[in-house]
Design a protein around this ligand. Structure first.
Ligand code: ADP
Ligand code: ADP
Length: 226
């Protein structure tokens, strides 16, 4: 488990767009943290830079005491769940969940065991041999979360994880996500443009605008200001 420290971080795309602009942020170990703001304000880029999927132009990101701007991708202990869940369509649920272990060269029997155990915890035990196309949106989302959990990530990064769900499933998924996060005490950062979602889920919220943080605090501090 580990917190996240972002220091003087800038991410500039090759076309010159400064999507993240000299940003400082401290996220505590075990915190459920929301990045909120309008489309184009830099939320996804910040998340992708923390994940090492975009290179930092300037500044640094540390997970715990490790500077991840200098860690090789294979050594990262970060799991990212995307809007579209990014499950591999040709693999079963079990293979999807075990994928990060397979990449690390973990024995097949351990892969299967871990997948079964994690899936069981997320009520996916009956669905291990299905492919993503045969799952509902909510089930796909849980499978993507199971994969992140099975990878023993120390940091969970979620890009609009609930945006593709209908209202009822979204409510269910919120409750589930909060419970999972509490049980695992995983440091979790999620991107959303939905105030209600940030309000319902987050310990703290950063409101972004033009690559910077405009407001930072608990939901009460951010939303109940006069
Ligand atoms: P958000 O997630 O808040 O919608 P993004 O991080 O996606 O914001 O985008 C921030 C800014 O960076 C926007 O101006 C967007 O057009 C730009 N941007 C995003 N991705 C790229 C890219 N791959 N190349 C160039 N510009 C990009
Ligand atoms: P989001 O809704 O998550 O911010 P977008 O719809 O803005 O995503 O962007 C979708 C994809 O297009 C992303 O991979 C992003 O990196 C890329 N992108 C966004 N803006 C630009 C841009 N101005 N130039 C090039 N690529 C971009």
């Amino acid at each position: 488990m580990a917190g996240i420290t972002v220091e003087g971080l800038s991410t500039v795309y090759p076309n010159g767009v400064r999507a993240v602009d000299a940003l400082d942020l401290e996220i505590a170990d075990g915190e459920l943290f929301a990045l909120l703001g309008p489309s184009g304000c830099g939320k996804t880029t910040l998340l992708r830079t923390i994940a090492g999927l975009e290179g930092a132009t300037d500044g640094a990101v540390a997970i715990g005491s490790r500077d991840v701007t200098r860690v090789q991708p294979g050594e990262r202990r970060i799991a990212m769940v995307f809007q579209d869940y990014a499950l591999f369509p040709h693999m079963t649920v079990s293979e999807n969940i075990a994928y990060p272990l397979r990449v690390r060269g973990v024995a097949k029997s351990v892969q299967r065991e871990t997948a079964a155990k994690t899936a069981g915890g997320l009520s996916l035990g009956e669905l291990l041999n299905r492919r993503p196309g045969q799952l509902s949106g909510g089930q796909q989302q849980r499978a993507a979360l199971a994969r992140a959990v099975a990878a023993s990530a120390e940091v969970l990064l979620l890009d609009e994880p609930l945006s593709n769900l209908d209202a009822r499933l979204r409510l269910e998924a919120r409750t589930f996500l909060k419970k999972l996060q509490r049980e695992l005490a995983l440091t979790t950062v999620f991107v959303t443009h939905d105030q209600a979602e940030a309000l319902a889920l987050a310990d703290r919220i950063a409101v972004m605008d033009a690559g910077r943080i405009r407001q930072l605090g608990t939901p009460r501090e951010v939303f109940q200001r006069p």
